[in-house]
Design a protein. Structure first.
Length: 231
C-alpha cells in the first residue's frame, strides 16, 4: 500500500476528507506530500480516531498531529523513525513505551492523557519542547536526562519535588501552573529566566495557581545564598 492509498483508507475510517495542504496546523485534517509522493506531515484533529495501525506504512512522516481523538495504543508509531514532532494531547493514552525508539523527536505534546510513567522518554536526547500538562505526573526524575529541553509545560499535575529540573540549564519557558508546589528551592534563582506570578505561558518560569509559601527572589534580587541573578 502506497502513502496515498493509506490516506484513502484513513478517510474511510474517519468518514472525512483529508485534504492535501502546504503545511499541517494544530487543528488540521490534512496531509503534506513530498516530490516522491510520500506523506511527510499528517494532521487528524478531532476525528474520533482510535486505530493507528494504517499509519505504520507512512515511513517518511516527520510531523504527526493527532490531538482530540480516542487513541490508547501507540504501538503502530514505533516504526515512524523519521518523526521530529508528535502531537497527541487530549487522548486516552497511558502507555508511552512505543515512543522510546523515536530518537529524532524534538517536539512532543502528551498533555491531557492518563500518563503516569514517562520514563520511556529518557533516551530522547534531541527533545527540546515537551508538553505534559493536565496529567497525573508527580515524579520528574526522567526529565533530568533531557538536557536539550528549552520549553517545558507541566501545568495541572501533582508535582511538588522540582529537584530533577535543576540541570536543565537550556530552559527558557517553564510552565508549572496549578500544581501543589509549596516551596521553591533557592537554586531556582540560578535559571536565567524571569519568574512569573501571573497566568503566563510564553516566557520565563510561571508558578501561577500554586500554594507557594516562600517564593525565592521576591521579584528582585535572589535571596542571600542563591545565585545573584536579577529577575
Amino acid at each position: 500500500m502506497n502513502d496515498l492509498e493509506v490516506i484513502k483508507a484513513l478517510e474511510k475510517t474517519i468518514g472525512k476528507e483529508i485534504q492535501r495542504l502546504e503545511a499541517v496546523d494544530w487543528n488540521t485534517i490534512g496531509f503534506v506530500l513530498n516530490q516522491q509522493g510520500q506523506v511527510t506531515e499528517l494532521g487528524l484533529y478531532d476525528c474520533k480516531l482510535s486505530d493507528l495501525s494504517p499509519l505504520k506504512e507512512l515511513k517518511q512522516l516527520t510531523i504527526l498531529r493527532l490531538p482530540n481523538n480516542q487513541i490508547n495504543d501507540l504501538s503502530p508509531l514505533k516504526e515512524l523513525k523519521q518523526l521530529t514532532a508528535l502531537y497527541l494531547y487530549n487522548n486516552q493514552i497511558s502507555d508511552i513505551s512505543p515512543l522510546r525508539e523515536l530518537k529524532q523527536l524534538m517536539t512532543l505534546f502528551l498533555g491531557m492523557n492518563q500518563i503516569q510513567d514517562f520514563s520511556p522518554l529518557e533516551k530522547l536526547k534531541e527533545l527540546n519542547t515537551f508538553h505534559l500538562g493536565a496529567g497525573k505526573i508527580y515524579d520528574l526524575s526522567t526529565l533530568k536526562e533531557l538536557k536539550e529541553l528549552t520549553i517545558l509545560y507541566l501545568w495541572g499535575n501533582q508535582i511538588s519535588d522540582l529537584s530533577p529540573l535543576r540541570e536543565l540549564r537550556k530552559l527558557n519557558i517553564l510552565v508549572l501552573i496549578n500544581n501543589p508546589i509549596e516551596k521553591l528551592p533557592e537554586w531556582f534563582t540560578e535559571f536565567n529566566m524571569e519568574i512569573q506570578w501571573k497566568d503566563s505561558w510564553d516566557s520565563g518560569i510561571t508558578f501561577y495557581d500554586n500554594p507557594l509559601k516562600s517564593p525565592p527572589g521576591g521579584g528582585g534580587e535572589a535571596r542571600e545564598g542563591g545565585d545573584k541573578e536579577i529577575f
